[in-house]
Design a binder for this molecule. Sequence first.
Ligand code: PLP
Length: 373
Amino acid sequence: MINDHNKVIIDLKALAHNLNEIKKLVKPCTRIMGIVKSDAYGHGLLPVSQTLETNNIDCLGVACLFEALELRKKGIKVPVIILNGIRTRDESRAVVQNNLTPVLFDLTSAETLARESAGQGKKTPVHLKLDTGMGRLGISCADAGDYIRRIIALKSLTIEALISHLSSADEVENDFTEEQIRQFDRAIAAGRSTGLDLPFNSLANSAGIMAYKKSHYGMVRPGIMLYGGLPSPGFISSARIKPAMSFKGRVLQVRDLPDQTPISYGRTYYTKGPRRIAVLSAGYGDGLPISISNMGKVLIEGKKAPIVGRICMNLTICDISDIRKVEPGDESVFLGSQRDETITGDDMASWADTISYDIFCSIGRQNIKEYIR
Ligand SMILES: *Cc1c(COP(=O)(O)O)cnc(C)c1O
C-alpha cells in the first residue's frame, strides 16, 4: 500500500480558510456541522477534525459509529453526529457512553437507544431523518408528524433537529430543490405543532450552502467545500475556496521515442513523430483514476504534460516533448499546484467523468500523508 515515491500533502490552513469562507455565506447564528465521513474525504479524520474543532466548528458529522468512537478516543469534544444511524443494543450503549448524537430513521432503533439511555440515566440527543426527495435514508415527510410524536414519547431521547438531504442542489435553477425545501418546511411545521422547538434543523450540503440560502435553516452541513472541491466539476461558485489536498510523485525515467511507438498496455496510444516521454511514479493503485488515461494532464517543471497511453498500477506515462530540462527524480504533480499551474480535484474529476469526492477518497486512502499546519 505504501509507495514511497509519492505523497499526499494536506494543507490544514486551506481547510481553516474554507471554513471561514463558509461562515461568510451563512448567518452568524447558523451552526456548522463539518462533514468528516470517509476519513474526511480522504484527508485524514483526526487532523481534519482537530483543525475544525480548533476553528470553532459547532459539530462534526461522520457516517458510522466506528468513526465517532475514533474521534472520542482521540479527545474530540464537540458533538459528533452519526449520519448513518445505529442499530444494535451494543451500538446504542456506546453512543450513550460517549455522548454521541445518532441520526434516527426508524422506530426500532429509537426504542433500543431509548432503553440504553434510560438504563444509563441519561437523555440522549438525536436528529430525526426525513426523506424530502433523496430517496435514501429517512422517513417519508407524510409520516413526519406521527414519527416525531412517537420519538417524543421516548422520554430518554431529546430531538435536537430534523435533518434531510438535497439530491440536486448542484444543478442550476432547480425546481426539485425548491420542492425539497417545501417538503422540509412542512415537516418542520409538523414538528412545531407537536410543541417541538428545533433550532438546528439542517438540509444544506455544500451545493445548498452556495446556491440556496433558503436551505440553510439553523445548521448547514458542508463536506466537499471544506476540502476545496465543488459539488460537481461544472458548478459555478463565487466562494473563494482553496483545495486542501495535493498529490505528488516523481519522474522515474525520461526517454526519447521514435515516431509510431506504442505506449503502455493495449497500445492505446502511438507517438506521432519523435516524442520525449516521462514515466511517473503513480498509477491507479495509488488512487489515480484509470479513466484519465489519454485524457488527463500532470504538472512537470510548472507545465501541463498530457498523459499518454493507459495508466498502469503504479506508473503513468506523459508526453514532455514541449517541456525542457526534465530529469529523473523531478517532482510530478498529479493534484495541486506547481509554479503557476494547478490541477484541481474537479479538473481530474471532469477528465475521469466523476466527482472530486471520488478523486479525494481514492487518492487519500492510498498514500502517505503529510500535513501543513
Ligand atoms: C456527505 C454528506 C453531506 C456533505 O455533502 P457535501 O456535498 O460534501 O457538502 C451532508 N449531509 C449528509 C447527510 C451527507 O451524507
